[in-house]
Design a protein around this ligand. Structure first.
Ligand code: PMP
Length: 454
């Protein structure tokens, strides 16, 4: 207990919330960011973590020395780890494999048990992050925090984030922008700001392009911790109950490239080192805020320190076909020149005839990406094999393949991925002894390259 005359918080838990608003003085002076990376656990999720634990204690769902279990993209786990340390709980977190290694390292540093599970699986799969967490909680008699469906998550933002923003802007806020993960932030703070303003404040959800929240097909995207992925084999796609769609006036989709470039720009031009979900939210804010009387508040959920190995690392960006620093040598784009329009993905269930008909409509490369979805261009994360349609056509002509055959028998294994902006030597090194590689632009297969071409 801090002595009365000491200017100090009683514990780290009292340092959660009360974050400053910071104007984007150089990039967009009417836009203010709510600096959630200044929470003790480094993210907005400290608020929800504390609120969920206090609520569980009040309800008697979590007893002294108990076990907390949660499925999380990392930040909620970090928030829970802080609360667990202070209040004497053990913590097990289940994180999808897309989670940055910095976040899993932080979780372990706080003493949490970290279980990594594949992120790109159907909702019904026992390994799905939410299912795995629920199973571990049931097996070990732990309390599942369940930020996705726990009303204490949006309530935390209705009670703290929303009122703070209203006070800080003296009620002059016109637009509120937040990324949608569980939806807790946008729903809770958005609802408060709508009520306080008599419905005047416009609430905007920021979402990665391809995420289902903004109407995408649910195929993979690169920004972690927001959006909603949907595996093609998911039968019933449940959205989190923490996301209250009626509160949100508009959901803005932002591409991965724009999110990441916006985050990089905020570091270089504003001195704000942030995660890519902050880039998504700020990019969405820059699109919606037009009027001279607008006062836009954007939640920037966490720091770029958690993603130094991703959005700020050329070795991660390059193979995904995202911009890297000046290579100083010829790039893959320089060598290949303009690419033909990208082919859509070819589902493994297609027949030889269907594949050839589709290929006729998309002249260009003869190597086709095969994966679970027919939409395109397909995410490189989902491409499982390659089909050489040129060779297949020859086989059909020679009578060695029939149009009714499934393509599965003609699909070859995975190919390496080469980013369009990588230097030619880096790309050639990755190609190695493979006969061909995918050309990747913004994480999606945009074509293929054969060994002799590089
Ligand atoms: N950005 C980051 C970095 C996050 O960790 C989260 C939480 N998943 C969000 C945004 C989205 O917040 P919410 O869950 O409240 O929608």
């Amino acid at each position: 207990m801090a002595a009365d005359d000491i200017e100090a918080f009683d514990s780290v838990l009292d340092a959660i919330g009360g974050t400053p608003l910071i104007r984007l003085a150089r990039i967009a002076p009417r836009v203010y960011v709510k600096a959630e990376f200044l929470n003790p656990g480094g993210s907005v999720k400290d608020r929800a973590a504390l609120a969920m634990v206090l609520d569980a204690e009040r309800r008697g769902a979590l007893g002294p020395g108990g076990l907390i279990v949660e499925g999380t993209s990392g930040n909620t786990g970090i928030g829970l780890a802080i609360v667990a340390a202070q209040r004497g709980y053990r913590l097990t977190v289940v994180v999808p494999d897309k989670t940055s290694r910095e976040k899993t390292a932080i979780l372990r540093a706080y003493g949490a048990e970290v279980v990594v599970t594949p992120g790109a699986v159907p909702r019904e799969d026992p390994g799905h992050v939410r299912r795995a967490a629920a199973r571990i909680a049931a097996e070990r008699g732990g309390w599942l925090a369940d930020q996705y469906d726990n009303p204490a998550n949006p309530a935390a933002h209705r009670e703290t984030t929303g009122p703070e923003i209203w006070r800080q802007t003296r009620g002059r806020i016109t637009h509120f922008v937040a990324g949608i993960g569980t939806g807790g932030t946008v729903s809770g703070a958005g609802a408060y700001l709508k009520e306080a303003s008599g419905g005047r404040v416009r609430v905007i959800g920021a979402d990665p392009e391809h995420s289902v929240y903004s109407g995408g097909d649910g195929s993979p995207y690169l920004v972690e911790s927001i959006g909603h992925y949907r595996h093609p084999d998911t039968r019933e796609d449940l959205w989190p109950r923490s996301y209250h769609r009626d509160v949100v006036d508009h959901v803005e989709a932002v591409g991965d490239r724009e999110s990441i470039l916006t985050a990089q720009r905020l570091a270089r031009e504003e001195g704000l080192l942030l995660g890519a979900s902050a880039g998504t939210a700020v990019a969405a804010a820059l699109k919606v805020a037009a009027g001279p009387d607008d006062l836009v508040v954007v939640v920037v959920p966490d720091s770029g320190r958690s993603y130094l190995s991703k959005y700020y690392d050329d070795d991660w960006l390059g193979p995904l076909g995202l911009p890297v620093g000046q290579p100083g040598e010829a790039t893959v784009a320089d060598v290949l020149g303009p690419l033909p329009p990208p082919a859509p993905g070819l589902p493994l269930t297609a027949s030889v005839g269907e594949a050839l008909t589709l290929a006729d409509r998309h002249p260009g490369g003869t190597l086709w990406p095969v994966g679970p979805r027919a939409s395109g261009p397909p995410s490189v994360a989902e491409v499982t094999g390659a089909l050489d349609v040129g060779e297949l056509r020859l086989l059909v002509r020679a009578g060695a393949a029939r149009t009714a055959d499934p393509i599965a028998g003609y699909v070859t294994g995975p190919l390496p991925a080469i980013g369009i902006g990588e230097s030619r030597p880096a790309a050639a090194a990755r190609l190695g002894t493979h006969p061909a590689a995918w050309i990747v632009v913004d994480g999606r297969v945009a074509g293929s390259v054969h060994k002799g071409q590089l």
